[in-house]
Design a protein. Structure first.
Length: 261
């Protein structure tokens, strides 16, 4: 995993990179670009910039197929805090996107196990994920893979950690009891299988997770550390989030990076 420290918003830098990767890939109906997408506060800037790039004609989402990383379980998707609502509010309703190319886990399915398996099978049928974008929790979770998640895990339902519930309560009027207790999430193996991964981090509260990802040992208590051995993984952080990383380990103190070859 390579660390990229940016003075700009990690979301803006990542959006620019997504645009470049899609253009370089030159997707077609028979060769779509498969993109995995996150939600959360850090991603808001990313979607805003992607919308601006789209409106300027710099990028097209024709032949792009998306898979969201996660969704709350047993939660009304019309609620503004559902991840389906988030995606349409921040992105899908503002660009031209084939609805058939949008995939968000169904947290209200009758058979969650079958839904999870079908999600994995659809990703596999498309040849896997070309580029996966994510964030990181203060406890090191990626998607909703909480500490101690199996490294061979696939899409599944998971109980959210107390730390995650507390962190997410800010989206629910600081009422921890209003936060859904479960989510359906891509697993660590699914994330690791993506050909390229970008994790975004902003703010001092993410500093320990960033430090552990870059300089700490691989540790199942900090799920982000599994990406240390990924050949094409980047952690894009602002100065606050990267504040605990030594200068020696900060290998990419730049504001742009090149697509994988």
């Amino acid at each position: 995993m390579k660390l990229i420290i940016t003075e700009d918003s990690p979301g803006v830098l990542t959006a620019t990179y997504i645009k470049e990767r899609i253009k370089a890939f030159n997707p077609t109906p028979k060769k779509p670009f498969v993109l995995a997408l996150p939600t959360g506060g850090t991603a808001v800037d990313m979607y805003s910039h992607l919308v601006s790039l789209y409106k300027s004609g710099a990028v097209s989402f024709d032949n792009v197929i998306t898979f969201n990383l996660d969704e709350y379980v047993n939660f009304d998707t019309n609620n503004p805090q559902s991840y389906k609502s988030y995606m349409y509010t921040n992105f899908f309703s503002k660009v031209s996107f084939n609805p058939d190319n949008i995939n968000i886990p169904n947290g209200n399915a009758k058979d969650m196990s079958q839904t999870a398996m079908a999600y994995e099978e659809k990703i596999k049928s498309l040849g896997g994920i070309e580029l996966l974008i994510g964030g990181v929790g203060t406890n090191g979770h990626i998607a909703f893979n909480e500490p101690n998640s199996p490294i061979n895990s696939r899409t599944r339902v998971i109980d959210l950690a107390e730390k995650t519930l507390r962190d997410n309560s800010k989206f629910f009027n600081n009422d921890i009891n209003a936060v859904p207790k479960q989510a359906i999430t891509m697993g660590l193996a699914t994330i690791s299988d993506a050909r390229e991964v970008i994790i975004m981090a902003t703010g001092q509260n993410k500093a320990e997770a960033v430090w552990r990802a870059i300089e700490g040992p691989k540790d199942i208590h900090w799920p982000i550390t599994i990406l240390q051995s990924h050949q094409n993984a980047y952690l894009v952080a602002d100065k606050a989030a990267s504040s605990e990383v030594s200068k020696k380990a900060a290998t990419c103190g730049v504001c742009s990076f090149d697509p994988i070859k």
